[in-house]
Design a protein around this ligand. Structure first.
Ligand SMILES: [Zn+2]
Length: 255
């Protein structure tokens, strides 16, 4: 069966040399190994009549083998590759539970890497899109994207790798879609949680008290972060936190 290739790079709109981008960098296999893991997609598809259909699907996947053919060679081998190199050592330390102080600049790299990865996971999924071009332009320009927040939590018992996207969002009376995504990336002892959302939800999210369940996004850390942070939730499995955030946002946003 012939595969139809997308003609445009997701990030820079180049139409030449579309390549396959790894969801998780293949070179990280050396740090994490290569065992299979479960990826669970949950969220909503919109059919041609505008009807919402719930998705709940788990697949077995190789964490470092999964690729998305939506990115051009110069993005893939340029800024994305540099971002993975910049963020990698910090993420690997977090994943191992290494005690250290993570500088503000390092947190910014981790935040942009997690944001980029959430957008790649979104591209892999068949669910509604929550990212927009201004967010992808910001990532390409090495600045923190709008409407994209990242948190990191220690998970002392973590020994697996997975990612789990959930997509939600109201449909307005005129049919306009508002979409938000919660993406969990679990790498051994770190749970990285990314929230991104479409324009029009800014005021809603400003009024939702995310500090209570999640604390400050790592991009907001002024003086860096002592890792692992002292936290009463170090034993909380990432999926439990993910479901909690999902329910909290459903109750707050989907009213
Ligand atoms: Zn590109």
């Amino acid at each position: 069966m012939a595969t139809r290739l997308p003609k445009v790079c997701l990030f820079c709109q180049s139409t030449s040399n579309i390549t396959a981008e790894h969801v998780l960098p293949e070179s990280w296999r050396k740090v994490f190994g290569a065992s299979l893991f479960d990826r669970t997609d949950s969220g909503w598809l919109i059919n041609s009549d505008g009807k919402r259909t719930e998705v709940e699907k788990t697949v077995k996947a190789k964490p470092f083998g999964r690729k998305v053919r939506e990115v051009c060679g110069s993005c893939n081998n340029g800024w994305m590759s540099r971002l993975e190199e910049a963020a990698g050592p910090t993420i690997h330390d977090m994943a191992r539970g290494t005690e250290r102080v993570i500088a503000r600049q390092e947190l910014a790299h981790v935040g942009r890497w997690a944001s980029k990865t959430a957008i790649i996971i979104e591209a892999l999924s068949k669910m509604r899109k929550g990212s927009s071009q201004d967010q992808r332009d910001a990532l390409r320009a090495s600045i923190t994207p709008p409407r994209l927040d990242v948190w990191a939590f220690p998970y002392t018992n973590g020994d697996t790798i997975s990612y789990h996207p959930t997509c939600e969002g109201p449909i307005l009376e005129d049919g306009t879609l508002r979409t938000y995504w919660i993406t969990s990336i679990e790498l051994f002892q770190v749970h990285i949680l990314v929230l991104h959302f479409t324009e029009g939800l800014e005021v809603t999210f400003r009024n939702v008290d995310l500090i209570s369940p999640l604390g400050e996004p790592i991009q907001n850390a002024r003086y860096g972060l002592a890792w692992p942070p002292v936290s009463s939730s170090m034993g909380t499995p990432p999926m439990v936190r993910h479901r909690y955030v999902q329910q909290y946002l459903e109750a707050s946003v989907m009213r």
